[in-house]
Design a protein around this ligand. Structure first.
Ligand code: BGC
Ligand code: NOJ
Length: 811
């Protein structure tokens, strides 16, 4: 069952039934100011950091779901209603929500009045702009009472939810002209305020929440809206809100636009005040003036669209598979940008309070969007590396506002350092900019501790070899990519978190085969980089460690039919046929096959066949099998989840690509494609009722075959999922791979694909690549012709910027 459809020409998903099985959301903004908006107008805004600069309040996991947002209420004399159906839930005559690239429109029609709201964050703007268009489609004049609504959050989204003895007394607002300013804490320690402006004269307003709603009413029936008469309340403490009130009469056929701007301002210390206790509004007014007419708003939206045209023109494909093309050309790349911006710190599932940007996630996110804006990847790499410690270890997360490591989560996830090599080499391969390696980058953000970024790569590499266990395999530390494989945690206290509790690492033999595979892959990348830089001794030194790791994996990490997952604290096998539960895991088999460990001896094929047999199911590849049915204190959180969910045999859309890429390593394009399609959102759109979350983006997890409800997805938008899927499809299936020396073309496709074309911009030149497969092969490039001339090998050398070249590839 579907709740809408794709509109590829406009790059939109069109939702036609507001009762989606879960809030289906979109993200606005892509640099400093951000909003999340659901298909019924729910959501919140923040500046850079969803925890420390929360602008509007949101109620997570509420009854009903998705409570609070940027709402418009219309009182038409007969009923009160909202264009997004919620919160009033008055039945509408028609409804449509269009989620596009960083903008959303929601349109409702009731009693002959059409109300459409456009929400977006204009480029380089610290504000969300909303354009409300009201149209009278009847033959009589209509008089409407219109109310806007947002609820201010008192900045720190965490204390906002708990410190009520303080919060109920601190709230402060100012109202001037048609603008409501939120200035709580501005006079003491904050240099920022927020505002909500309308571009017309107001007929009233409300800034006190209880006056607006009445203490006993919900979002669906604010007292002020029901009565059609605001009281012009001025909030003093309690819970400040902002609601503009506008009366409008529309003649038959007439339509009117109203613009609202929800913005954020920072002022320097000596520019904070206009006069005693009156805030300096200069910057707010300047932003408001940029959007004070519908024409200006439309122009800003056109700029945003052009910006996305440019981004999405960097990579596009035509395969004839509509569902694939729309994911690769639009939604997968869009999600990559969003995860780059948030690294899951803000969503409807991660409340934006507990987490910052993940060290590993942020590095992985880079591989999904570095082709679009390498400059921003560069900045991100330096930010991430600056949170590293001198021994190569790193904070697991950092806060986007301060860019400092997040102490509450701490460190000790031993896969983290290696991801920095991935992020950095991906950036250089795309941009050709080796100068990033000379950038001075501090440790733990301590001024004076700067060394070159290249030295951060050395300590990353060495962190693994300095932390090897009894089998010469990497010690896992707190956990590896699987945050829930807590082999040193031994938690029996329900009041402590698996993720942050003190680990018992002394004497631990817990080793990870996932990190081993990771080390072989990015260790090899590191060796290649060293050679490229002429650092041959370092390359040789590193190569020895990589080779030793390969040997250790073959000797101690092979279980006969697949790769082991780990050794536990005591040195016992995990992910072995000897185990009763959790005999086989996806991560180690993904990484060791991607690394091609034992390819010649047939280990890769065997391991992947075992994955197919034991982990694959209708909805994707589960994480482990058999699922754990009891709590293993020596395994930790993984065994705390019910079978089939999350890290206990759920389907992680993040790690399925590892197997997909593994399949391409040995040339099985049919199988890679089969796996890809199973989790690709556009291919599951028809089961949206089961799948539940948005059909245009990947979810973190789909319930696995052992679950109560297999196929039900959760936690959409999160993690490096989008990046890994884009990486797998673009680089390993379609086979367009940036390398230091040019674009390598190395497809691995289903045998029945006849041809496809890719347009790829790379270091300023455009490559029109056409791949033909006349003999029904899956892998192996026979010939490459560039602008009519045959090229030897499959790397197209770098072309001069501005050049457009035609590349014909035959398999
Ligand atoms: C979840 C993981 C997550 C971790 C850290 C666990 O409870 O299952 O998916 O990465 O917490 O937030
Ligand atoms: C979510 C985390 O953000 C990601 O890094 C992790 O690897 C997965 N959970 C699996 O545990």
């Amino acid at each position: 069952m579907q709740f809408g459809h794709f509109d590829d020409n406009r790059r939109e998903y069109v939702i036609t039934d507001p009762r989606t099985p879960w809030p289906w959301i979109n993200y606005l903004g892509n640099e400093d100011f951000f909003s999340l908006v659901s298909n019924t107008g729910g959501g919140y805004s923040f500046y850079k950091d969803a925890k420390f600069r929360r602008i509007t309040r949101y109620r997570y996991n509420n009854v009903p779901m998705d409570s609070g947002g940027k709402y418009f209420y219309i009182n038409d004399g007969e009923s009160i209603w909202s264009p997004g159906w919620k919160p009033c839930k008055t039945p509408l005559d028609s409804y449509e929500c269009r989620h596009g690239m960083n903008y959303t429109t929601i349109k409702g029609v009731k009693n002959g009045v059409e109300a459409e709201v456009l929400y977006f964050v204009p480029l380089k703007t610290w504000a969300e702009v909303q354009k409300l268009t009201l149209r009278n489609t009847t033959s009589e004049a209509k008089t409407l009472k219109v109310f806007s609504f947002v609820e201010w959050c008192l900045w720190n989204a965490a204390t906002d939810m708990e410190n009520f003895q303080r919060n109920f007394s601190t709230g402060e607002v100012e109202i001037e002209d048609s603008v409501i300013y939120h200035k709580t804490e501005y006079k003491e320690r904050r240099n920022h305020y927020a505002y909500y402006a309308a571009n017309v004269a107001l007929d009233g307003f409300e800034t006190d929440r209880e006056t607006f709603f009445g203490l006993y009413n919900g979002f669906d029936e604010p007292q002020t809206v029901l009565e059609g008469a605001p009281r012009n309340s001025v909030a003093h403490g309690w819970s400040p809100i902002a609601s503009h009130y506008i009366e409008v009469t529309l003649q038959p056929g007439e339509s009117k636009d109203f613009v609202f701007v929800l913005g954020y301002v920072e002022n320097a210390d000596d520019e904070k005040w206009e006069s005693k206790n009156i805030i300096n509004k200069t910057k707010a007014k300047a932003t408001i003036a940029r959007f004070d007419t519908a024409e200006k708003v439309d122009a800003a939206l056109a700029e945003l669209r052009a910006y996305w045209d440019n981004l999405l023109n960097v990579f596009s494909v035509k395969t004839g598979e509509e569902k694939l093309d729309r994911m690769v050309n639009i939604w997968n790349q869009y999600q990559c940008m969003i995860t780059f911006c948030f690294s899951r710190s803000a969503s409807f599932f991660e409340s934006g309070i507990g987490r910052g940007m993940g060290f590993r996630d942020s590095n992985q996110d880079l591989i999904g969007f570095v082709h679009q804006i390498p400059e921003r990847a560069r900045e991100r790499i330096i930010d991430i590396a600056s949170t590293q410690f001198p021994d190569g270890g790193c904070y697991h997360q950092y806060q986007p506002l301060t860019k400092k490591g997040n102490n509450e989560i701490g460190q000790g996830f031993n896969d983290d350092p290696m991801w920095l090599i991935l992020g950095t080499t991906a950036y250089i391969k795309e941009s050709g900019d080796f100068s990033i390696l000379d950038e001075p980058v501090p440790f733990d953000n301590v001024p004076g501790s700067e060394v070159s970024l290249f030295e951060h790569l050395i300590v990353s590499f060495d962190h693994v070899i300095n932390n090897l266990g009894p089998h010469g395999l990497p010690l896992i530390g707190r956990a590896d990519w699987n945050d829930c494989l807590n082999l040193n945690c031994f938690s029996n206290d329900p009041n402590e978190s698996f993720q942050t509790t003190e680990n018992k690492t002394e004497g631990s033999k817990a080793e990870s085969l996932m990190i081993a595979g990771l080390f072989v892959i990015y260790g090899n990348d590191y060796v290649e980089l060293c050679k490229k830089l002429g650092k041959n001794e370092e390359a040789e030194r590193a190569q020895k460690h990589v080779d030793a790791m390969i040997e250790a994996v073959k000797q101690y990490g092979w279980d006969g039919e697949w790769f082991l997952r780990a050794y536990d604290y005591f040195g016992n096998k995990i992910g072995s046929n000897e185990n009763e539960e959790g005999k086989i895991f996806i991560e180690s088999n993904g990484w060791c096959t991607m690394a091609g460990i034992g390819l010649e001896e047939g280990l890769v094929t065997k391991a992947l066949d075992s994955v197919k047999e034991r982990l694959d199911c209708e909805h994707g590849i589960v994480l482990n099998n058999p699922a754990f049915t009891k709590y293993y204190i020596e395994y930790g959180e993984i065994s705390s989840y019910p079978p089939g969910y999350k890290e206990n045999a759920g389907i992680f859309c993040h790690n399925n690509p590892w197997i997909i890429i593994g399949e391409t390593v040995q040339g099985r394009g049919d199988r890679a494609w089969e796996y890809f399609r199973k989790i690709c959102p556009s291919y599951t759109e028809h089961i949206s009722d089961l799948h539940k979350v948005e059909p245009y983006v990947y979810a973190q997890m789909i319930a696995g075959k052992d679950a109560f409800k297999p196929g039900e997805a959760k936690n959409s938008w999160l993690t490096g999922t989008a990046a890994w899927n884009f990486y797998a499809i673009s680089q390993y299936i379609l086979g367009i791979q940036p390398t230091y020396d040019g674009l390598r073309i190395d497809p691995c496709i289903p045998a029945d694909w006849k041809e496809y074309t890719v347009t790829r911009q790379f270091r300023g030149a455009t490559y029109e690549i056409s791949v033909k497969n006349p003999n029904g092969n899956m892998k192996g490039v026979k010939s490459v012709v560039v602008d009519g001339k045959a090229v030897s090998g499959n790397i197209i050398p770098e072309m001069p910027a501005g050049k457009i070249c035609r590349v014909e590839v035959t398999l």
